[in-house]
Write a protein that binds this ligand. Structure first.
Ligand code: UGA
Length: 424
Protein backbone atom coordinates (compact mmCIF):
# COMPACT_ATOMS: atom_id res chain seq x y z
CA UNK A 1 0.00 0.00 0.00
CA UNK A 2 1.16 3.55 -0.61
CA UNK A 3 1.30 5.42 2.71
CA UNK A 4 2.23 8.96 3.73
CA UNK A 5 3.52 9.84 7.18
CA UNK A 6 3.56 13.51 8.20
CA UNK A 7 6.00 14.37 11.01
CA UNK A 8 9.24 12.47 11.60
CA UNK A 9 9.60 12.60 15.40
CA UNK A 10 9.82 9.41 17.49
CA UNK A 11 6.33 8.32 16.51
CA UNK A 12 6.38 9.32 12.85
CA UNK A 13 9.79 7.93 12.07
CA UNK A 14 9.15 4.63 13.83
CA UNK A 15 5.74 4.34 12.20
CA UNK A 16 7.18 5.08 8.75
CA UNK A 17 10.11 2.69 9.06
CA UNK A 18 7.97 -0.12 10.50
CA UNK A 19 5.24 0.30 7.88
CA UNK A 20 8.03 -0.03 5.28
CA UNK A 21 9.16 -3.20 7.07
CA UNK A 22 5.59 -4.53 6.71
CA UNK A 23 6.01 -4.14 2.94
CA UNK A 24 4.29 -0.82 2.29
CA UNK A 25 5.65 2.03 0.17
CA UNK A 26 6.05 4.85 2.64
CA UNK A 27 6.97 8.51 2.20
CA UNK A 28 7.74 10.43 5.38
CA UNK A 29 7.42 14.18 5.48
CA UNK A 30 8.77 16.89 7.75
CA UNK A 31 9.09 20.68 7.54
CA UNK A 32 12.64 20.43 8.93
CA UNK A 33 14.77 20.38 5.77
CA UNK A 34 18.02 19.52 7.54
CA UNK A 35 16.39 16.50 9.20
CA UNK A 36 14.93 15.25 5.91
CA UNK A 37 18.34 15.68 4.21
CA UNK A 38 19.95 13.54 6.93
CA UNK A 39 17.22 10.89 6.71
CA UNK A 40 17.60 10.69 2.92
CA UNK A 41 21.25 9.84 3.57
CA UNK A 42 20.31 7.12 6.05
CA UNK A 43 21.29 9.13 9.15
CA UNK A 44 18.86 8.47 12.01
CA UNK A 45 18.35 11.67 14.08
CA UNK A 46 17.34 9.85 17.28
CA UNK A 47 18.78 7.08 19.43
CA UNK A 48 16.28 4.25 19.11
CA UNK A 49 17.12 0.54 19.03
CA UNK A 50 16.65 -1.03 15.59
CA UNK A 51 15.55 2.17 13.87
CA UNK A 52 18.83 3.04 12.06
CA UNK A 53 18.93 -0.49 10.62
CA UNK A 54 15.34 -0.27 9.31
CA UNK A 55 16.06 3.15 7.85
CA UNK A 56 19.09 1.97 5.88
CA UNK A 57 17.38 -1.28 4.86
CA UNK A 58 14.28 0.37 3.43
CA UNK A 59 16.04 3.27 1.76
CA UNK A 60 17.70 0.45 -0.20
CA UNK A 61 14.52 -1.58 -0.84
CA UNK A 62 12.83 1.64 -1.96
CA UNK A 63 9.98 1.08 0.53
CA UNK A 64 10.97 4.23 2.43
CA UNK A 65 11.52 7.73 1.10
CA UNK A 66 11.57 11.21 2.55
CA UNK A 67 10.28 14.56 1.38
CA UNK A 68 9.63 18.09 2.61
CA UNK A 69 6.85 18.53 0.05
CA UNK A 70 3.33 17.60 1.19
CA UNK A 71 2.27 17.29 -2.45
CA UNK A 72 4.99 14.74 -3.21
CA UNK A 73 4.37 12.89 0.09
CA UNK A 74 0.65 12.36 -0.28
CA UNK A 75 0.63 11.66 -4.03
CA UNK A 76 -1.33 8.39 -4.57
CA UNK A 77 -1.29 7.65 -0.80
CA UNK A 78 -4.20 5.49 0.36
CA UNK A 79 -3.57 6.45 3.96
CA UNK A 80 -2.01 9.60 5.42
CA UNK A 81 -0.75 9.27 9.00
CA UNK A 82 -0.54 12.52 10.95
CA UNK A 83 2.25 12.19 13.52
CA UNK A 84 3.06 15.81 14.35
CA UNK A 85 3.66 17.02 17.90
CA UNK A 86 0.88 18.16 20.21
CA UNK A 87 2.91 20.03 22.88
CA UNK A 88 1.14 21.16 26.06
CA UNK A 89 -0.17 24.70 26.43
CA UNK A 90 0.06 26.50 29.78
CA UNK A 91 -3.31 25.10 30.96
CA UNK A 92 -2.26 21.50 30.17
CA UNK A 93 -4.43 21.18 27.08
CA UNK A 94 -2.53 20.23 23.90
CA UNK A 95 -1.58 22.76 21.28
CA UNK A 96 -3.17 21.46 18.07
CA UNK A 97 -1.76 24.17 15.80
CA UNK A 98 0.73 21.81 14.07
CA UNK A 99 -2.12 19.41 13.34
CA UNK A 100 -4.26 22.26 12.07
CA UNK A 101 -1.53 23.39 9.67
CA UNK A 102 -1.06 19.83 8.35
CA UNK A 103 -4.81 19.45 7.85
CA UNK A 104 -4.88 22.72 5.90
CA UNK A 105 -1.91 21.57 3.78
CA UNK A 106 -3.58 18.22 3.07
CA UNK A 107 -6.83 20.03 2.31
CA UNK A 108 -5.08 22.25 -0.22
CA UNK A 109 -3.30 19.37 -1.95
CA UNK A 110 -5.25 16.10 -1.80
CA UNK A 111 -7.06 15.25 -5.03
CA UNK A 112 -7.98 11.58 -4.44
CA UNK A 113 -9.71 9.45 -1.77
CA UNK A 114 -7.52 8.70 1.25
CA UNK A 115 -7.91 7.75 4.90
CA UNK A 116 -6.47 10.50 7.05
CA UNK A 117 -5.17 8.87 10.20
CA UNK A 118 -4.74 10.62 13.52
CA UNK A 119 -1.78 9.01 15.28
CA UNK A 120 -0.77 11.83 17.64
CA UNK A 121 -2.19 11.62 21.18
CA UNK A 122 -5.06 14.08 21.35
CA UNK A 123 -8.19 14.78 23.42
CA UNK A 124 -11.37 12.86 22.68
CA UNK A 125 -13.38 14.44 19.82
CA UNK A 126 -10.29 15.86 18.08
CA UNK A 127 -10.85 13.57 15.07
CA UNK A 128 -14.33 15.04 14.72
CA UNK A 129 -12.80 18.52 14.69
CA UNK A 130 -10.26 17.25 12.13
CA UNK A 131 -13.06 15.93 9.97
CA UNK A 132 -15.02 19.16 9.97
CA UNK A 133 -11.87 21.15 9.18
CA UNK A 134 -11.00 18.78 6.31
CA UNK A 135 -14.53 19.00 4.90
CA UNK A 136 -14.06 22.77 4.65
CA UNK A 137 -10.97 22.40 2.47
CA UNK A 138 -11.37 19.11 0.61
CA UNK A 139 -13.38 18.68 -2.55
CA UNK A 140 -12.64 14.94 -2.76
CA UNK A 141 -14.13 12.04 -0.73
CA UNK A 142 -12.10 11.14 2.39
CA UNK A 143 -12.32 9.27 5.68
CA UNK A 144 -10.82 9.97 9.07
CA UNK A 145 -9.36 7.22 11.28
CA UNK A 146 -7.91 7.21 14.79
CA UNK A 147 -5.03 4.80 15.30
CA UNK A 148 -3.22 5.60 18.57
CA UNK A 149 0.31 4.34 19.12
CA UNK A 150 1.46 2.57 22.27
CA UNK A 151 5.18 2.73 21.52
CA UNK A 152 7.67 3.15 24.32
CA UNK A 153 10.80 5.13 23.55
CA UNK A 154 13.78 2.81 23.48
CA UNK A 155 11.72 -0.19 22.36
CA UNK A 156 9.48 1.50 19.82
CA UNK A 157 10.41 -0.68 16.83
CA UNK A 158 9.75 -3.85 18.80
CA UNK A 159 6.51 -2.39 20.24
CA UNK A 160 5.26 -1.45 16.76
CA UNK A 161 5.89 -4.89 15.29
CA UNK A 162 4.71 -6.84 18.38
CA UNK A 163 1.87 -4.85 19.94
CA UNK A 164 -0.55 -6.13 22.60
CA UNK A 165 -3.36 -4.74 20.47
CA UNK A 166 -4.01 -2.47 17.51
CA UNK A 167 -6.72 0.13 18.01
CA UNK A 168 -8.53 1.41 14.94
CA UNK A 169 -11.29 3.98 15.20
CA UNK A 170 -13.24 4.62 12.01
CA UNK A 171 -16.66 5.70 10.77
CA UNK A 172 -16.90 3.75 7.51
CA UNK A 173 -16.29 0.14 6.47
CA UNK A 174 -14.07 1.33 3.64
CA UNK A 175 -11.69 3.07 6.08
CA UNK A 176 -11.76 0.14 8.53
CA UNK A 177 -10.83 -2.23 5.70
CA UNK A 178 -7.89 -0.12 4.53
CA UNK A 179 -6.60 0.24 8.10
CA UNK A 180 -6.93 -3.51 8.75
CA UNK A 181 -5.04 -4.26 5.53
CA UNK A 182 -2.18 -1.99 6.57
CA UNK A 183 -1.69 -3.99 9.76
CA UNK A 184 -2.52 -7.42 8.28
CA UNK A 185 1.10 -8.71 8.52
CA UNK A 186 1.13 -8.12 12.30
CA UNK A 187 -0.18 -10.88 14.54
CA UNK A 188 -2.15 -8.96 17.17
CA UNK A 189 -5.81 -8.45 18.02
CA UNK A 190 -7.38 -5.47 16.28
CA UNK A 191 -9.98 -3.49 18.21
CA UNK A 192 -12.35 -1.61 15.92
CA UNK A 193 -14.11 1.31 17.58
CA UNK A 194 -15.60 4.66 16.73
CA UNK A 195 -13.34 7.72 16.57
CA UNK A 196 -13.98 8.95 20.11
CA UNK A 197 -13.41 5.62 21.85
CA UNK A 198 -10.11 5.11 20.04
CA UNK A 199 -8.91 8.51 21.22
CA UNK A 200 -10.01 7.77 24.76
CA UNK A 201 -8.26 4.38 24.81
CA UNK A 202 -4.91 6.13 24.40
CA UNK A 203 -5.42 8.88 27.00
CA UNK A 204 -6.94 6.43 29.47
CA UNK A 205 -4.08 3.92 28.99
CA UNK A 206 -1.33 6.46 29.67
CA UNK A 207 -3.24 7.93 32.62
CA UNK A 208 -3.80 4.47 34.09
CA UNK A 209 -0.11 3.55 33.78
CA UNK A 210 0.85 6.86 35.41
CA UNK A 211 -1.63 6.09 38.17
CA UNK A 212 0.03 2.71 38.78
CA UNK A 213 3.41 4.41 39.21
CA UNK A 214 2.05 7.08 41.55
CA UNK A 215 0.20 4.41 43.53
CA UNK A 216 3.47 2.53 44.02
CA UNK A 217 5.18 5.78 45.01
CA UNK A 218 2.45 6.53 47.55
CA UNK A 219 2.83 3.07 49.10
CA UNK A 220 6.62 3.60 49.08
CA UNK A 221 6.15 6.68 51.25
CA UNK A 222 4.22 4.56 53.72
CA UNK A 223 6.87 1.80 53.56
CA UNK A 224 9.52 4.33 54.60
CA UNK A 225 7.48 5.24 57.68
CA UNK A 226 6.55 1.67 58.67
CA UNK A 227 9.71 -0.34 58.02
CA UNK A 228 8.23 -2.25 55.08
CA UNK A 229 9.90 -2.86 51.72
CA UNK A 230 8.23 -1.44 48.59
CA UNK A 231 9.76 -3.97 46.20
CA UNK A 232 8.49 -6.89 48.26
CA UNK A 233 5.10 -5.23 48.74
CA UNK A 234 4.70 -4.60 45.00
CA UNK A 235 5.92 -8.13 44.16
CA UNK A 236 3.12 -9.38 46.40
CA UNK A 237 0.54 -6.97 44.99
CA UNK A 238 1.60 -7.50 41.38
CA UNK A 239 1.29 -11.28 41.55
CA UNK A 240 -2.45 -10.80 41.48
CA UNK A 241 -3.18 -11.27 37.76
CA UNK A 242 -5.84 -8.58 37.92
CA UNK A 243 -3.18 -6.06 38.92
CA UNK A 244 0.09 -7.20 37.28
CA UNK A 245 3.64 -6.29 38.38
CA UNK A 246 4.48 -3.87 35.52
CA UNK A 247 4.65 -0.13 36.22
CA UNK A 248 4.67 -0.60 39.98
CA UNK A 249 8.30 0.44 40.45
CA UNK A 250 8.67 3.25 42.96
CA UNK A 251 11.40 5.82 42.42
CA UNK A 252 11.95 9.32 41.12
CA UNK A 253 8.57 9.32 39.38
CA UNK A 254 7.52 9.18 35.76
CA UNK A 255 8.79 11.62 33.14
CA UNK A 256 9.27 11.93 29.42
CA UNK A 257 7.12 13.65 26.87
CA UNK A 258 4.13 11.32 27.22
CA UNK A 259 2.94 10.58 30.75
CA UNK A 260 3.26 14.06 32.31
CA UNK A 261 1.76 15.73 29.24
CA UNK A 262 -0.99 13.15 28.77
CA UNK A 263 -2.04 13.19 32.44
CA UNK A 264 -2.27 17.00 32.29
CA UNK A 265 -4.18 16.86 29.01
CA UNK A 266 -6.56 14.22 30.33
CA UNK A 267 -7.20 16.34 33.44
CA UNK A 268 -8.10 19.26 31.20
CA UNK A 269 -10.43 17.04 29.12
CA UNK A 270 -12.13 15.74 32.29
CA UNK A 271 -12.55 19.26 33.64
CA UNK A 272 -13.86 20.54 30.33
CA UNK A 273 -16.57 17.88 30.47
CA UNK A 274 -17.18 18.57 34.19
CA UNK A 275 -15.93 15.15 35.34
CA UNK A 276 -14.14 15.07 38.73
CA UNK A 277 -10.39 14.95 37.96
CA UNK A 278 -9.18 14.64 41.56
CA UNK A 279 -7.83 11.10 41.04
CA UNK A 280 -5.47 12.27 38.30
CA UNK A 281 -4.58 15.46 40.16
CA UNK A 282 -3.39 13.22 43.00
CA UNK A 283 -1.39 11.12 40.51
CA UNK A 284 0.35 14.26 39.31
CA UNK A 285 0.99 15.60 42.84
CA UNK A 286 2.51 12.33 44.06
CA UNK A 287 4.78 12.31 41.00
CA UNK A 288 6.08 15.81 41.76
CA UNK A 289 6.54 14.91 45.43
CA UNK A 290 8.92 12.05 44.59
CA UNK A 291 11.52 14.42 43.18
CA UNK A 292 11.25 16.78 46.14
CA UNK A 293 11.56 13.76 48.43
CA UNK A 294 14.88 12.77 46.84
CA UNK A 295 16.11 16.36 47.21
CA UNK A 296 15.09 16.24 50.89
CA UNK A 297 16.96 12.95 51.46
CA UNK A 298 20.03 14.70 49.97
CA UNK A 299 19.53 17.49 52.53
CA UNK A 300 19.22 14.95 55.33
CA UNK A 301 22.50 13.33 54.27
CA UNK A 302 24.47 16.54 53.61
CA UNK A 303 22.77 19.21 55.71
CA UNK A 304 22.52 22.36 53.59
CA UNK A 305 23.25 21.68 49.91
CA UNK A 306 24.87 25.10 49.44
CA UNK A 307 28.29 24.70 47.84
CA UNK A 308 28.13 20.86 48.06
CA UNK A 309 29.08 18.78 45.03
CA UNK A 310 26.59 16.10 44.05
CA UNK A 311 27.07 13.41 41.38
CA UNK A 312 23.85 12.61 39.53
CA UNK A 313 24.04 9.42 37.47
CA UNK A 314 21.70 9.61 34.50
CA UNK A 315 20.01 12.43 32.59
CA UNK A 316 17.55 10.67 30.25
CA UNK A 317 13.97 10.26 31.51
CA UNK A 318 14.51 6.49 31.46
CA UNK A 319 17.23 4.10 30.25
CA UNK A 320 17.86 3.30 26.57
CA UNK A 321 16.85 6.68 25.24
CA UNK A 322 18.60 10.02 24.70
CA UNK A 323 15.38 11.90 25.48
CA UNK A 324 15.58 14.41 28.34
CA UNK A 325 12.19 16.06 27.88
CA UNK A 326 10.50 16.35 31.30
CA UNK A 327 13.18 14.03 32.63
CA UNK A 328 12.93 13.56 36.43
CA UNK A 329 16.76 13.36 36.50
CA UNK A 330 17.16 16.79 34.86
CA UNK A 331 14.41 18.33 36.99
CA UNK A 332 16.10 16.93 40.11
CA UNK A 333 19.39 18.52 39.02
CA UNK A 334 17.63 21.88 38.74
CA UNK A 335 16.09 21.41 42.21
CA UNK A 336 19.52 20.61 43.66
CA UNK A 337 21.05 23.65 41.94
CA UNK A 338 18.30 25.87 43.37
CA UNK A 339 19.53 24.78 46.82
CA UNK A 340 23.05 25.88 45.88
CA UNK A 341 24.53 22.45 45.00
CA UNK A 342 27.16 21.99 42.30
CA UNK A 343 26.19 19.10 40.03
CA UNK A 344 28.35 16.65 38.10
CA UNK A 345 26.56 14.22 35.82
CA UNK A 346 26.89 11.61 33.08
CA UNK A 347 24.61 9.59 30.83
CA UNK A 348 25.42 6.99 28.17
CA UNK A 349 23.34 8.81 25.52
CA UNK A 350 21.63 11.96 26.76
CA UNK A 351 24.47 14.41 27.55
CA UNK A 352 24.17 16.39 24.30
CA UNK A 353 20.43 16.84 24.76
CA UNK A 354 20.85 17.71 28.46
CA UNK A 355 23.35 20.45 27.53
CA UNK A 356 20.53 22.21 25.68
CA UNK A 357 18.29 22.46 28.76
CA UNK A 358 20.58 22.47 31.83
CA UNK A 359 23.05 25.14 32.97
CA UNK A 360 26.27 24.85 35.00
CA UNK A 361 26.51 21.06 35.05
CA UNK A 362 29.93 19.39 34.81
CA UNK A 363 29.52 16.48 32.39
CA UNK A 364 31.74 13.43 32.84
CA UNK A 365 32.45 10.30 30.85
CA UNK A 366 31.21 7.71 33.35
CA UNK A 367 29.97 7.11 36.89
CA UNK A 368 33.47 6.92 38.37
CA UNK A 369 34.59 10.25 36.94
CA UNK A 370 31.25 11.82 37.93
CA UNK A 371 31.68 10.74 41.54
CA UNK A 372 35.19 12.24 41.79
CA UNK A 373 35.16 15.07 44.30
CA UNK A 374 31.43 14.66 45.04
CA UNK A 375 30.01 14.24 48.54
CA UNK A 376 26.93 12.36 47.44
CA UNK A 377 25.96 10.13 44.52
CA UNK A 378 22.35 10.00 43.31
CA UNK A 379 21.36 7.32 40.82
CA UNK A 380 18.59 9.00 38.80
CA UNK A 381 18.23 6.84 35.66
CA UNK A 382 18.65 3.06 35.81
CA UNK A 383 20.95 2.54 32.79
CA UNK A 384 22.59 -0.91 32.77
CA UNK A 385 26.02 0.85 32.80
CA UNK A 386 25.17 2.09 36.29
CA UNK A 387 23.54 -1.15 37.43
CA UNK A 388 26.70 -3.06 36.60
CA UNK A 389 29.29 -0.52 37.76
CA UNK A 390 32.05 -1.58 40.15
CA UNK A 391 30.75 -0.03 43.36
CA UNK A 392 34.07 -0.63 45.09
CA UNK A 393 35.62 1.93 42.75
CA UNK A 394 33.31 4.70 44.03
CA UNK A 395 35.09 6.75 46.66
CA UNK A 396 31.95 8.62 47.77
CA UNK A 397 30.07 6.73 50.44
CA UNK A 398 26.78 8.65 50.58
CA UNK A 399 24.46 7.14 47.98
CA UNK A 400 20.80 7.74 47.07
CA UNK A 401 19.45 5.06 44.79
CA UNK A 402 16.40 6.89 43.42
CA UNK A 403 15.51 3.93 41.17
CA UNK A 404 15.86 1.12 43.73
CA UNK A 405 18.48 -0.69 41.66
CA UNK A 406 20.80 -2.02 44.36
CA UNK A 407 20.31 -4.31 47.32
CA UNK A 408 20.30 -2.25 50.56
CA UNK A 409 22.05 -4.97 52.59
CA UNK A 410 24.87 -5.36 50.06
CA UNK A 411 25.31 -1.60 49.75
CA UNK A 412 25.68 -1.22 53.52
CA UNK A 413 28.17 -4.10 53.61
CA UNK A 414 30.21 -2.18 51.04
CA UNK A 415 30.25 0.73 53.47
CA UNK A 416 27.70 2.99 51.81
CA UNK A 417 25.42 5.34 53.71
CA UNK A 418 22.71 4.06 51.39
CA UNK A 419 19.19 5.40 50.91
CA UNK A 420 16.57 4.30 48.42
CA UNK A 421 12.83 4.79 47.91
CA UNK A 422 10.42 2.92 50.15
CA UNK A 423 13.07 0.55 51.50
CA UNK A 424 15.18 0.52 54.65
C1 UGA B 1 4.71 5.69 27.36
C2 UGA B 1 3.82 4.44 27.27
O1 UGA B 1 4.41 3.37 28.01
C3 UGA B 1 3.62 4.03 25.81
O2 UGA B 1 2.72 2.93 25.76
C4 UGA B 1 3.04 5.21 25.03
O3 UGA B 1 2.89 4.91 23.66
C5 UGA B 1 3.98 6.39 25.15
O4 UGA B 1 4.14 6.72 26.56
C6 UGA B 1 3.37 7.55 24.40
O5 UGA B 1 2.29 8.00 24.77
O6 UGA B 1 3.92 7.95 23.38
P1 UGA B 1 7.36 6.17 27.25
O7 UGA B 1 7.01 7.57 27.61
O8 UGA B 1 8.32 5.90 26.16
O9 UGA B 1 6.01 5.35 26.87
O10 UGA B 1 7.99 5.53 28.55
P2 UGA B 1 7.64 4.40 29.62
O11 UGA B 1 8.54 3.27 29.42
O12 UGA B 1 6.20 4.14 29.70
O13 UGA B 1 8.10 5.17 30.97
C7 UGA B 1 7.52 6.41 31.36
C8 UGA B 1 8.10 6.91 32.66
O14 UGA B 1 7.61 6.13 33.75
C9 UGA B 1 9.63 6.83 32.77
O15 UGA B 1 10.11 8.04 33.33
C10 UGA B 1 9.89 5.66 33.70
O16 UGA B 1 11.09 5.80 34.43
C11 UGA B 1 8.68 5.77 34.62
N1 UGA B 1 8.33 4.49 35.29
C12 UGA B 1 7.90 3.42 34.56
C13 UGA B 1 8.39 4.41 36.67
O17 UGA B 1 8.77 5.38 37.37
N2 UGA B 1 8.03 3.23 37.28
C14 UGA B 1 7.59 2.16 36.59
O18 UGA B 1 7.27 1.12 37.21
C15 UGA B 1 7.55 2.24 35.18
Amino acid sequence: MKIAVIGTGYVGLTTGACLAELGHKVTCNDIDEAKIAKLKNGVCPIFEAGLPELLVKHLKTGNLSFSTSIQETIKDAQAIFICVGTPPKKDGSPDLSFMEQVIKDIGATLKHYAVIVEKSTVPVQTAQWMKSLLSKYLKTEFDVAVNPEFLREGTSVHDFLHPDRIVIGTETEKAAKIMSEIYAPIKAPIIHTNLNSAELIKHASNSFLSMKISFANMVAQLCEKTDADIKTVMDGVGMDKRIGRDFLNAGLGYGGFCFPKDVDAFISVLEKHKVDASLLNAVRNINEYQRKHVRDIAKELLGSLKGKTIAVLGLAFKPNTDDVRLSPACMLIEDLQKEGAKVRSCDPQAVENAKKILKDVTYCKDAYETAEGAELVILATEWSDFKTMDLKKLKVKKFIDARNVFDPGKMRKLGFDYRSIGRK
